[in-house]
Write a protein of this length. Structure first.
Length: 275
């Protein structure tokens, strides 16, 4: 029986369950406890990546319960120091060594991890990052939409128009549930971790900030907010400093002396577009 050992990168990206459902991997999925510990630590810190990864593990277990694949938690719990230095490759090394010791196939979306594993003589299933992305919240945008505002218990709303001249409009009469918002948030995180032009800028207790191409997405959740919320902003006008007709003296200062600029203004006046 073929044994597959996924690393954290493909678990957080939701790749393993897709490979199983598509029939690309059959046999047994061996999930190392190091991944559980790493995701648990992230979830305890309120980081959405931890919850996304744990949700993927639940999907894998559900598929195993249906008999699609075998699933087993393997290995020993890593030391706290290993989790602390996970970003330097300590967890990757633990997972890689387990795959090597058990003649298993390593599944990874990390190029460095894949190359090191191949150098060790491991069988590797490397899933490169996607070149294009699509995510559900894009469906709320049209050519006039500046930002979309989603909150559990409230119908979705959008800000339309242009900086300085805009209006709010309700996009649907349907009230969004927490499950709706969580699902969209998880999708955004998965896409951000799997495409070259996406990244998670900040992930902390209560809030996550993601850049996805031209979209800037802010996800908030308790305790920072009273419920799950998503705000997605997309600049609809590209301007240069010259378009603002600033005084020559100010332009000179901005070009020659300014270090750290505070941009202030009322909501909707174009601070993000200016920046």
């Amino acid at each position: 029986m073929e044994v597959y050992v996924p690393d954290t990168s493909v678990v957080v990206e939701g790749i393993v369950s897709k490979l199983i459902m598509n029939g690309e991997i059959k046999g047994k999925v061996a999930l190392h406890r190091a991944i559980l510990s790493e995701l648990e630590g992230q979830a305890n810190q309120g980081k959405v990546t931890g919850f996304v990864g744990l949700e993927e593990i639940r999907r894998i277990r559900d598929l195993a319960d249906k008999g699609v694949v075998e699933f087993e938690i393997v290995g020993v719990r890593p030391r706290p120091l290993d989790i602390q230095y996970a970003k330097y490759g300590s967890i990757d090394a633990i997972i890689r060594d387990y795959a090597w010791e058990n003649t298993a196939t390593l599944i990874t979306g990390d190029r460095t991890q894949a190359e090191v594993a191949k150098a060790m003589g491991l069988k590797v299933l490397y899933i490169p990052p996607k070149r294009e992305f699509k995510f559900g919240i894009q469906g709320f945008f049209d050519s006039e939409t500046m930002s979309v505002h989603l909150k559990e218990g409230v119908a979705p709303r959008a800000k339309k128009g242009r900086p300085g001249k805009w209006y709010f409009t309700e996009l649907s009469s349907k009230t969004l549930t927490r499950s709706d918002i969580e699902s969209l948030a998880n999708e955004i995180i998965e896409v951000a971790k799997s495409v070259p032009n996406g990244f998670i800028e900040i992930d902390r207790a209560g809030s996550t900030i993601v850049q996805l191409g031209g979209y800037r997405v802010i996800i908030t959740r308790p305790p920072m907010s009273d419920g799950w919320e998503i705000t997605a902003v997309r600049p609809i006008i590209k301007l240069s400093l010259n378009d603002y007709n600033l005084p020559d003296r100010l332009m000179e200062r901005l070009e020659e002396k300014a270090e750290g600029i505070l941009i202030a203004g009322a909501p909707g006046m174009g601070k993000t577009t200016f920046a």
